[in-house]
Design a protein around this ligand. Sequence first.
Ligand SMILES: NC(=O)c1ccc[n+]([C@@H]2O[C@H](COP(=O)([O-])OP(=O)(O)OC[C@H]3O[C@@H](n4cnc5c(N)ncnc54)[C@H](O)[C@@H]3O)[C@@H](O)[C@H]2O)c1
Length: 283
Amino acid sequence: MSSLQGKVALITGAGGRKGIGRSTALKLAALGADIAITDVARPQSDLPPQERGDQWRGIESVADEVRATGRECRTFVCDLSISAEISDLIDAVVEQFGKIDILVNNARAIIGKDRVPIWKLDEAEWQHFLDINLTAVYLATKFAAPHMIEHGQGGRIVNTASDASKRGKATGGAYSATKFGLLGLTQCAALDLAPHQITVNAVCPGSVNTDRMSYQEQAAAEEQGVPLETYRAQLVEQLGQANPLGRIIESEDVANLIAFLSSDEAAMITGQAYNVNGGTLFH
Ligand SMILES: NC(=O)c1ccc[n+]([C@@H]2O[C@H](COP(=O)([O-])OP(=O)(O)OC[C@H]3O[C@@H](n4cnc5c(N)ncnc54)[C@H](O)[C@@H]3O)[C@@H](O)[C@H]2O)c1
């Protein structure tokens, strides 16, 4: 893959210690890009256990890791449920770096409270999922695209979707609706931006070993009387055994595809939704 030297990448939802956002920041930096990363300030109770306390400082820790590779990295706190904050985020990144070449829409609403049958799904929770998983992607694209167009050098937008973008499952209504919607947005934005050589694609991971926070898993661990870390470790083991390739997907596996879709080599690929799942879903 050719170098991303001279490119500027903005990645949302990048503060997780094992998250796809962090891996993407490190991968794009390793290829030479300068990095802007953003996340929302979360209370300790909304963090996975491995990120609680002083040892992990979210996007600030990721920024330290990126800078250690020699690339520039700046952090931006932004609540993606607020349109004005997304607009300010894009303006701030362009002001500080001069441009945005690559936008990775990676953040998502914290899962768990949504994992109920549809008739029990709280309307506010449904709306929250729409806000973070779909509306925020539309807004970040809407606000970033004019800068990319004005810069005149094309661009890359990569949306982190999911296997839940292609297959519904019980209690997944809010998540799947937003992730299916994300593929529609990806296709339409790809056609809108094609005349400007800006590509828009989606990656669709299966279950990834990210230590993501899940209220549902937290409740299940409490019910079993085990720490959440233990519950997650069991789940990771099971998911690995069930995967045709014999291991769970790591966030680096997803970052590798995002990096390819961000590269010059992917210039003729747009509006697509690629799986990273080890063979658990084929369409
Ligand atoms: N982890 C998986 O198994 C998996 C599987 C398929 C797809 N995905 C997708 O990959 C992406 C990254 O997932 P992950 O597991 O690495 O991370 P994650 O689930 O821990 O969350 C991503 C980030 O979104 C941020 N976020 C939440 N609410 C926000 C808000 N209001 N404003 C701004 N940021 C906010 C969180 O703080 C977090 O850093 C998501 O889009 C997710 O849907 C993940």
